[in-house]
Structure formats: C-alpha cells, structure tokens
Design a protein around this ligand. Structure first.
Ligand code: NAP
Length: 293
C-alpha cells in the first residue's frame, strides 16, 4: 500500500484510509468489528478516521487496536458531546480530547478535527487557542478542520490548522477546485471523505432520505461512463489520486469490500482520457454544486 506524506505534518498516511463510521454501528457485531480493524492494518492501511459522533467506533478502536497503536495514524473529531460543557465552546475542547484519549486507550491523537462547525464558530479565537494549547501540550499532533465550502476555504487559509478533511469524489468536487490547490501549496494534509460517493450507483431508484441521495441525483445528471471499470474502482481511483489528496477514507463494515478497495488503490490514477471526460462533465453541470457535509 502506497504511503504518502501527510502534508508537511511529518506524518505518513496510506493512500487508502479506513473511514470508521461504519465500525460504530450496533448492527455490526463485536467480532466483525475486531476483524475489520485488524484486517485494515494487515493490508497496510495506516490511517483510521473516527469521531465522537460515530456510535461505538472510538470505543472499538480502543478495545481492539490499543496493542497496535504505533502502526497507524489515529484521526478523530469533536467539539461536541462533552458532559458538562456546551458544544463548541473552549471548555468542550480539552475535556473532549481527554475523553477520546481514554476511550481509545492512547496518550495522543494524531489528528483532531473540529467536526463540521460553521464558519462563525470556526473563527472564535478562544476556541482556536484551546486547540493550539492541546497541540502544544502533546495531546494532539495535528489540529484539523472537517467541513465544506466557505468554512473549509477559510480554515485552509487561516494558518490555524495542519490538515483538513473534506468531501472529494466524482460527484463532489467543490473542494478539489476551490480549496485543495491552496491547501496543498501551504503544506496541509488532506483527507478525502465520502470518496466513493456513498456508493450511490448501487441504488436503482432515488434513495429518498438516504445519505447518498444528493450524489445519486448528481450521477443521473453527470452521466459518467466508467468504461468497463466497476463503479467502486472508477470512483476510488479518481478520489485517491486527485491532486492534493493525501488519503481517501472509504467507509465500510465489510472485510471483503475493504480488501477490494485496497486492491483498487494499488492500480493508480485513472487514465488521462477518463479524467478528461469527468472534468468535462463537471464543467458542464457541476460548477454550482457545493460540497456536501
Ligand atoms: N467529517 C464528516 O463530517 C464526515 C462525513 C462523512 C464521512 N466522513 C468520514 O468518511 C468516511 C467515508 O465516508 P462515507 O462512509 O460516508 O462514504 P463512502 O466511503 O464514499 O461510501 C461508503 C459506502 O460505500 C460502501 N462500500 C465501501 N466499499 C465498497 C465496495 N468495495 N463495493 C461496494 N460498496 C462499498 C459502504 O458499504 P459497506 O459497509 O457495505 O461496504 C458504504 O455504504 C466515513 O466513514 C467517515 O470516517 C466524515
């Protein structure tokens, strides 16, 4: 598995990361979660992304991977869900980080994101100062922002963050065009979330109310042609090798899909002709589409 510099943070991350949202689902039993997490590391995945809000995910990462902590870069998110502290206040930051450290049985978080807060929140100086203190004190290695559009652009140019996490896929290219060129020039690490567009192509009918609905609709409009590749391969080779992206964190609850994704990530970027066709479809239809949180 290809390993890349995570911007100029000094960390290295695999081209395919594991989005551990699905690992937090109660419908996934404990032994399946354990197998999935270990298989990811065995395949050379060295970035695991979780969040305070992903159900059992942080707890399971701690339970099953504490003994292999030095084998991966641990990324989580917070700013909310801390007992006794109002969400998005400076008082929520350190206790939230300390809670994540206990839950994941580690003494440091490699990457800690403010998780999708709006621009006004992001610009609060006392919040940013608290985040910087956590980094100076060694509780976190990289202070990061996860989000889209104007807030993302501000975060990427602010100098307060060492990395960003943002949606990058064939149907969601706002960041790719508007934020990532500047972010990578400034040495920020970039995590591509929702990198296979929530596998929206698998739905024969509009998945009303599902996470994938917007992407499903965009796919109908873009009319992309994977030219014989399966859709997962088409989507993942686009996002994982998009300019500026350090790692693409596909979310999965299934070992067989994780293994397929790892194999696909070995195949490198899509051929130039396919990239040109995707670019032309985006130029024709996607210019007004924002990034999806
Ligand atoms: N910061 C944020 O606000 C935010 C928001 C969204 C996501 N994220 C992060 O990004 C990660 C990925 O995003 P995501 O899960 O929303 O979207 P995604 O990775 O684009 O798509 C995940 C979906 O694709 C399916 N899938 C995975 N591999 C597959 C394969 N080889 N063949 C067919 N289907 C496959 C998964 O189902 P199976 O489980 O059946 O494999 C799941 O339904 C999350 O886990 C999370 O870490 C962060």
């Amino acid at each position: 598995m290809q390993q890349r510099d995570f911007g100029s943070t000094g960390l290295k991350v695999s081209v395919l990361g594991l989005g551990a949202g699905q690992v937090g689902a109660e419908t996934l039993d404990e032994s399946q979660a354990e197998r999935l997490l270990h298989r990811a590391l065995d395949l050379g995945v060295t970035l695991i992304d979780t969040a305070r809000g992903y159900g059992l995910s942080e707890e399971r990462i701690g339970r099953h991977l504490a003994g292999r902590r030095d084998e991966f870069v641990l990324s989580t998110k917070g700013g909310y869900g801390v007992e006794g502290a109002q969400d998005w206040t400076p008082a929520s930051i350190r206790p939230g980080i300390e809670r994540a450290l206990r839950t994941m049985r580690t003494d440091h978080l490699d990457i800690f994101h403010l998780h999708s807060c709006p621009l006004e929140t992001l610009q609060q100086e006392d919040l940013l100062a608290e985040l910087a203190r956590a980094r100076e004190d060694g509780l976190i290695r990289v202070a990061a922002y996860s989000g889209e559009n104007e807030a993302l652009a501000w975060a990427a140019g602010s100098g307060h963050f060492g990395s960003v996490q943002t949606s990058v896929n064939v149907t969601d290219q706002w960041s790719l065009h508007h934020a990532l060129p500047g972010a990578s020039a400034r040495g920020l690490g970039v995590i591509a979330k929702r990198p296979i567009a929530n596998a929206a192509w698998q739905f024969a009918q509009r998945p009303v109310g599902e996470y994938a609905e917007v992407y499903w609709e965009r796919l109908q409009t873009l009319k992309l042609d994977p030219q014989g590749l399966d859709w997962t391969e088409f989507a993942l080779r686009f996002s994982a090798f998009a300019p500026g992206v350090s790692s693409a964190i596909v979310g999965t609850a299934r070992v067989e899909n994780l293994e397929r994704n790892a194999a696909v990530a070995e195949r490198g970027p899509l051929p130039a002709g396919m990239l040109e066709a995707i670019e032309a479809a985006w130029a024709a239809h996607g210019q007004t589409w924002g990034g999806e949180v």
